[in-house]
Design a protein around this ligand. Structure first.
Ligand code: HAM
Length: 409
């Protein structure tokens, strides 16, 4: 037997209904906020992610599905969606027009991580990216949109926010942090020691409790922000307070991708175990430039679909559509004709095999149909159908035209 690869899974049956419900809900809400669909390739040049997500990040350093293709190109399966959308934005020269663009996307992402509950090697994200808007109101609107999505899906969450500063305030902070870390490096773990030189900010995010207790007294970026970043962060907090969205300022929230500046945020759930981040994002005002575009402010987020699958409250499944069955032989053509008329307005399922009325009613119930439509000897002779409404239990023999007119228009 051939199984799916480790860390990759099939999504079927009940789970697949939740999966499509999440995507459908997220699309509906993001469209209300003015986002339009973008589809980018799953496979990209490796250098795209090196330049955006960052060579020192775990994602690029350890987790890429990278290979040389038959044309000798260094390529990899996308580990996240933002870089590809920015590449597409620059490639289409959208950065050259004074316009704001908002895109949503969903699909598979690949990270060669150690699989565990909530951490897969192939997983799916729904994400949004907004280009051309520098105002912190846009950061707020993105958070508001995620809140709307989680509310619509019936998912509880905690919101964590931080500011990662800008090219004015971050370098001075980074130098202060490195001096602090140099003094305690003997006691920090191996990973932190490696990061002091490659990406010191990521040290703040270390999962070891020993490192975290040593970092309690580290300098905090939030107290070293320049005037502009400080004012934007205060505005964001003010807007969240005004909208009555609870949040926690987490000065260690640095995100695992290098392209962020200013606002960074994560939505976490305490109902799914240690892999608790259900959505994450923030501002990335330099990324369009890093990928050879014109300076363009941008902000976005992505939510992890597998992580919220079990949290979603599905809307009540109401009966709908028509089940069509025969109690006589050789009328499949007639059943097809009826189904094709009905499918113009509703869902219809045909049972090809001749069965008893009791068996048809049982099948119709399984299909969760609202109507069970059956043709027997009498109905065939009189050009009628037998119909039962499975909600009201009413039944009658009528012509197909009457049925369509009364129930399917
Ligand atoms: P991220 O935080 O790396 O951000 O991923 C976003 C979400 O994807 C996470 O919060 C989590 O729910 C889910 N996720 C990440 N890794 C896994 C995994 N191995 N298994 C299952 N779920 C996972 C980004 O990817 C950014 N591109 C988000 C963004 C968009 N920032 C700006 N725009």
């Amino acid at each position: 037997m051939i199984n799916a690869l480790r860390g990759m899974k099939d999504i079927t049956f009940e789970e697949s209904q939740r999966f499509t419900h999440i995507i459908k809900t997220a699309i509906e809400i993001s469209k209300k906020y003015g986002y339009g669909y973008i589809e980018t390739p799953l496979l990209e040049e490796t250098k795209l992610f090196k330049r955006s997500v960052g060579e020192s990040s775990d994602i690029v350093g350890k987790e890429m599905y990278q290979f040389i293709d038959k044309g000798n190109n260094d390529v990899c399966l996308r580990p996240e969606g933002t870089a590809g959308v920015v590449r597409a934005y620059v490639q289409a020269k959208l950065d050259r027009r004074p316009r704001k663009d908002r895109f949503y996307y969903y699909g598979a992402m690949f990270r060669y991580e150690k699989p565990q509950k909530g951490r897969l090697r192939e997983f799916h994200q729904f994400g949004c990216e907004s280009f051309g808007e520098a105002s912190v109101y846009e950061d707020f609107e993105i958070i508001l949109m995620i809140k709307d999505i989680f509310d619509a899906l019936g998912i509880g969450y905690k919101l964590k926010i931080n500011s990662l500063g800008c090219s004015d305030c971050m370098p001075t902070y980074r130098d202060n942090l490195v001096s602090f870390l140099d003094n305690i490096k003997e006691e920090l773990c191996e990973d932190c020691n490696r990061r002091i030189n490659t990406n010191p900010i990521r040290v703040l995010d270390c999962k070891s409790t020993k490192c975290q207790s040593l970092l309690n007294s580290s300098p905090k970026l939030i107290s070293s922000l320049c005037e502009h970043c400080d004012s934007d962060f205060n505005t964001l907090k003010y807007l969240l307070d005004g909208a009555k969205i609870d949040y926690e300022v987490d000065t260690n929230l640095v995100r695992g991708l290098d392209y962020y500046n200013k606002s960074a945020f994560e939505f976490v759930s305490d109902e799914i175990g240690s892999q608790s981040a259900i959505a994450g994002g923030g501002r990335y005002d330099k990324l369009v430039e890093y990928l050879d575009g014109k300076p363009t402010p941008a902000v976005g987020f992505a939510l992890g679909i597998e992580r919220i699958l079990e949290l979603v409250k599905m809307p009540e499944d109401t009966r709908n559509g028509v089940y069509i069955g025969a109690m006589v032989e050789n009328i499949t053509d007639k059943l097809f004709d009826i189904a094709s008329i009905l499918r113009k307005t509703t869902k219809a399922k045909i049972e090809y095999e001749k069965k008893s009325l009791k068996a048809h009613l049982k099948n119709a119930d399984k299909f969760n149909a609202k109507y069970c439509l059956v043709i027997g000897e009498d109905e065939l002779e009189n050009n009628k159908i037998w119909v039962k409404n499975l909600d009201s239990k009413e039944q009658e023999v009528i012509s197909l035209d009457e049925f369509i007119l009364s129930y399917c228009s």
